[in-house]
Design a binder for this molecule. Structure first.
Ligand code: 5AD
Ligand code: SF4
Length: 471
C-alpha cells in the first residue's frame, strides 16, 4: 500500500527519471472476459486522454465497455481536483454507487486520477468508504491491471498512490475516442506552483517525453489517417527544458508541423514560457492552427503577484498583442479566476478592463476555489460568495459579448472546417474551424467525418456559427 503525501509531492530536485517501456502482464490478459466496465471521466483533456489509456488497460484485462453504470461489473471514476465542485461531483457519484453496491454485492468500484493524489480524499475513503475496492494515483496508472486483479482476488481495499513521479512510462496501450483527432502528451506535471493550484501536487514535476517518442506517435497517427493532434501538457511551453539544452517547444512544434499532419493544436500555455520563436513557428506553418489558449487569470498586478503568476498585466498584454500581430487571424482564448482571496472591486475592474482590451474569442471563467494544501488556501478571504458570484456574472456578460462580436466578423467568409459528424439535435453537420470555433452547417453533397472542407459562414451566435458548404 502507498499513501499520498503533499510534502513529498511538493519536492522538486534534479533527480533524473528513467524512460521505461510498458510491459503487458500476460498472466492477467483476458482474465476478466465476460465482465463489463463503466469509466466516468471528470476534468481536463489530460484526464480524458488518461482515460483512453485506462480503457485500453481494462480491455486488456478482458472487460467490455458499457455506457450505463447500472449495467457494469466494474465502475471506475477518473477524478479531477481542480475545484471543489469537481470533487463534490465525484463524491456524489460514490454516494450513488454505495446504494448500488448494497443491491449488487459483487460490484467493483475504483477511484483514480487527481483526487487519488490528495491525502484527505484517500483518508476519507479508507475511513468512511471501506467498500471502495481500489484507489490508484496519477503516477500509478500503468499498474492498473495488477491493482484491479489484486483487489478482486484478495477482496481487500487496495490503495496505490505514489506521491512522487516515478519512471516515465512509454508504450501504454490506448483506445482513442475519436478516429480523426488525437491527444498526444508531450510533457507531464507542472513546476509553476501558482498559489491557488493543486496540479503541481497531483501531477508532479515537469517531465518531457523524448522528442523521438512524440514524433513517432504522431507519424503513426498520420499513417492511421488522423487529421488533428492536440499536444498536451499542464504547461506545454516548458517542453524540453528538463531534458534538452537546445531543443524547445518551438523546435518541437516545427518538427510536428513537418510530419504533415493537417492540424496541430497545443494546450495549455503559460504566458511565462511563450517565446518569440514559438510565435514565429506558429505563424510560419499553415498546419499549426492559429488558435492559442493563453490563461491570464486576473488583470490586477496585485492579484497576479499573490497568485504567483510571474507576469504583469503589461507584460501579458505585450505578449498577447505580439501573437495577434504576428499570426494572421489568430484566435486567443483564456482562463480567468474571480474572487481570489482579497480581490477588491478595483482589482476586479482591472480584470474587466483587460478583457475589454483583449476581446477574447473564448474564456473559461471560474470563482476561486480553496484547495487544501495550496498557499492561497491560507489567505484571508473577506469577500462573500454572493459578491464573487456577482463578479462572475458581470465578467461573463462582458466576455460573451466579445464571443458574439468576434463571431459576427466571420459572417460571409469561407472557413476550413474539420467535419466531425451530424448533430442529432440540429440534423446538420458540425465541425471546428482552424480557430477552434464550432460550426453547424448544411451540405448538398455527402460528407465524411474527418474531411476538411470550406464552409461559408451565414450566421453568428455566441458559442457557434451556422454555415453552408459552397461549390
Ligand atoms: N479555483 C478556481 N479556478 C482554478 N483554476 C485552477 N485552480 C483553481 C482554483 N483553485 C483554473 C485556472 C486554470 C484552469 C485550468 O482552472 O483558471 O487555468
Ligand atoms: Fe496550475 Fe499554474 Fe501549473 Fe497551470 S501553470 S497547472 S494554473 S500551477
Amino acid at each position: 500500500m502507498h499513501l499520498p503525501d503533499y510534502k513529498e509531492a511538493r519536492t522538486r530536485d534534479k533527480r533524473s527519471y528513467k524512460r521505461v517501456n510498458f510491459e503487458e502482464n500476460s498472466e492477467v490478459k483476458d482474465k476478466y472476459r465476460g465482465k463489463t466496465f463503466y469509466l466516468k471521466t471528470y476534468g481536463c483533456q489530460m484526464n480524458e486522454h488518461d482515460s483512453e489509456n485506462i480503457e485500453a488497460l481494462l480491455v486488456f484485462l478482458g472487460f467490455k465497455k458499457v455506457d450505463n453504470y447500472l449495467d457494469a461489473d466494474l465502475v471506475l471514476l477518473n477524478t479531477c481536483s481542480i475545484r471543489e465542485n469537481a470533487h463534490n461531483k465525484a463524491f456524489g457519484m460514490l454516494g450513488r454507487l454505495k446504494h448500488l453496491k448494497q443491491e449488487k454485492k459483487d460490484l467493483i468500484v475504483g477511484l483514480c486520477g487527481c483526487m487519488a493524489q490528495e491525502a484527505s480524499v484517500v483518508e476519507e475513503i479508507m475511513n468512511h468508504y471501506k467498500w471502495v475496492n481500489f484507489v490508484f494515483g496519477t503516477h500509478n496508472m500503468y499498474q492498473l491491471p495488477e491493482i484491479i486483479d489484486k483487489a478482486i482476488e484478495e477482496n481487500k481495499q487496495q490503495i496505490e498512490v505514489f506521491s512522487r513521479e516515478g519512471d516515465l512510462i512509454e508504450g501504454l496501450p490506448v483506445l482513442r475516442v475519436n478516429d480523426y483527432k488525437a491527444y498526444v502528451n508531450i510533457i507531464y506535471g507542472c513546476d509553476k506552483f501558482c498559489t491557488y493550484c493543486i496540479v503541481p501536487y497531483t501531477r508532479g514535476r515537469e517531465r518531457s517525453r523524448l522528442k523521438e517518442d512524440v514524433l513517432k506517435e504522431i507519424d503513426d497517427l498520420v499513417r492511421d489517417g488522423y487529421k488533428e493532434v492536440t499536444l498536451l501538457g499542464q504547461n506545454v511551453n516548458a517542453y524540453g527544458k528538463d531534458i534538452y539544452d537546445n531543443y524547445t517547444m518551438a523546435n518541437l512544434l516545427e518538427d510536428v508541423a513537418k510530419t504533415g499532419i493537417p492540424r496541430i493544436r497545443f494546450t495549455t500555455s503559460h504566458p511565462w514560457d511563450f517565446t518569440d520563436e514559438m510565435i514565429e513557428v506558429i505563424a510560419k506553418y499553415p498546419n499549426i492552427m492559429p488558435s492559442v489558449h493563453l490563461p491570464v487569470q486576473s488583470g490586477s498586478n496585485r492579484i497576479l503577484k499573490l497568485m504567483g503568476r510571474r507576469y504583469t498585466k503589461e507584460s501579458y498584454l505585450e505578449l498577447f498583442h505580439k501573437i495577434k500581430d504576428t499570426v494572421p487571424g489568430v484566435s486567443i482564448s483564456t482562463d480567468i479566476i474571480v474572487g481570489f482571496p482579497g480581490e477588491t472591486e478595483e482589482d476586479f475592474l482591472e480584470t474587466l478592463s483587460l478583457v475589454k482590451e483583449c476581446k477574447y474569442d473564448n474564456a473559461f471563467t471560474f470563482i476561486f476555489s480553496k484547495r487544501e494544501g495550496t498557499p492561497a488556501c491560507k489567505l484571508l478571504d473577506p469577500v462573500s460568495i454572493e459578491e464573487k458570484e456577482e463578479r462572475l456574472q458581470r465578467l461573463n456578460e462582458v466576455v460573451n459579448q466579445y464571443f458574439l462580436e468576434n463571431n459576427k466578423k466571420l459572417v460571409d467568409s469561407s472557413l476550413p472546417v474539420l467535419v466531425e459528424g451530424i448533430s442529432a439535435k440540429k440534423n446538420m453537420y458540425y465541425g471546428y474551424t482552424d480557430t477552434n470555433k464550432l460550426v453547424n452547417f448544411t451540405s448538398d453533397k455527402e460528407l465524411q467525418a474527418g474531411d476538411i472542407i470550406d464552409v461559408k459562414i451565414m450566421e453568428a451566435k455566441t458559442w457557434s456559427l451556422d454555415g453552408e458548404v459552397v461549390g
